[in-house]
Design a protein around this ligand. Structure first.
Ligand code: DAH
Length: 340
């Protein structure tokens, strides 16, 4: 009787195993037949009712059945894990012969390259970098720089106004005022940034461009310090043989004022088509900070003096790389930018 039951359970178990096609259902089969409340276990619990002669025979049979089911489960388990692993490999297959995707790595824009060099040159002389807003008050852009509303100097900088008191800054000189309002001497800053003017776009004009402003205020500052700072920068930027020249000029916020030029780095100053035979290339304006400007910012002009300068960054970049059209610096054509 029990023997027959065992035979039946064996068949059922083998049948169930043949249907188990994932590892989970294999576990269900194990529990169903061999678990504590499993079918084989249930049969074995009836062993007590058997006669002493029958017991060993049936016992052996029961062990055989259990062993067989265990073995089959183990085999099936192995098969299923293998199949699962193969499936996984297949789905994750890499075709290493496919062409790769080249990631395009960007690089610094030529304007940034030159700006970073200029910053390095001045930071190594102890300057810190200062910043100011591009949307500016008339006060910082003009008034406080000794350029009142009626001043003719305003005509040289056609301005984008938002209102009579707000504008897009036309010069980074506004940062001089913002700095001197906040900090007292010694002051030694470099303020690069974008400026805006209503200019017709052509090969040398753009309504947006960059300037680099410098300001040093301390006791005993003279024009010699200005000349030294400019020379040092020019040598770092253009080479050891390059020098700077300052000539009289006029700016309302400096007194005296100067025009800054560097000796032509193409011909060394002898004269060539690049410098239009002048031997010098103009790069910006400078001067001793007008005492009126210092006083307006609450700095005692009998105790402190200072120099300031402002340079056009695009011009420096164009000279450096012999670019003849400023528009190329703003169009962002990668065929052009890849050359740097
Ligand atoms: N801000 C002037 C301009 O845009 C340039 C300039 C001249 C800046 C003399 C200065 C300076 O700091 O001292 O034309």
């Amino acid at each position: 009787m029990i023997k027959k039951q065992l035979e039946e359970v064996k068949e059922k178990a083998l049948e169930a195993l043949s249907h188990a096609d994932i590892l989970d259902s294999l576990e269900q089969v194990r529990v169903r037949f061999l678990g504590k409340k499993g079918e084989v276990t249930a049969i074995l619990s009836q062993m007590g009712k058997l006669s002493p002669e029958e017991r060993p025979v049936i016992g052996q049979k029961a062990n055989e059945v259990r062993g067989l089911i265990e073995k089959k489960i183990a085999e099936r388990k192995e098969e299923l894990s293998k199949a699962a692993a193969e499936q996984k490999l297949k789905s994750e297959k890499l075709d290493i012969t496919l062409p790769g995707k080249r990631s395009r790595i960007g690089k610094k824009h030529p304007v940034s390259v030159v700006l970073d060099e200029i910053k390095d040159a001045f930071v190594s002389m102890g300057y810190s970098i200062a910043d100011g807003p591009e949307v500016e008050y008339d006060y910082y852009n003009f008034e406080a720089l000794n350029i009142p509303k009626s001043h003719p100097a305003r005509d040289t900088q056609d301005t984008f106004y938002f209102s009579p008191e707000m504008l897009l800054r036309t010069q980074t000189s506004s940062v001089q005022i913002r700095t001197m309002e906040k900090r007292k001497p010694p002051i030694k800053i470099l303020a690069p940034g974008r400026v805006y003017r209503i200019d017709e776009i052509d090969a040398t004009h753009s309504p947006v461009f960059h300037q680099i402003e410098g300001l040093v205020v301390d006791k005993g500052i003279t024009m010699a310090h200005l000349k030294g700072a400019l020379d040092s920068m020019a040598k770092k930027l253009f080479g050891e043989n390059v020098t700077t020249r300052i000539r009289p000029d006029y700016f309302p916020f400096t007194e005296p004022s100067a025009e800054i030029s560097v000796s032509c780095f193409m011909c060394g100053g002898e004269g060539c088509p690049f410098c239009k035979n002048e031997g010098w290339v103009e790069i910006g304006g400078a001067g001793m900070v007008n005492p009126k400007v210092l006083e307006g910012c609450g700095i005692d002009s009998s105790e402190y003096t200072g120099f300031a300068f402002g340079m056009g960054l695009e011009r420096l970049v164009m000279r450096r790389y012999r670019i003849t059209d400023i528009r190329m610096l703003f169009e962002n054509d990668v065929r052009f930018l890849n050359n740097f």
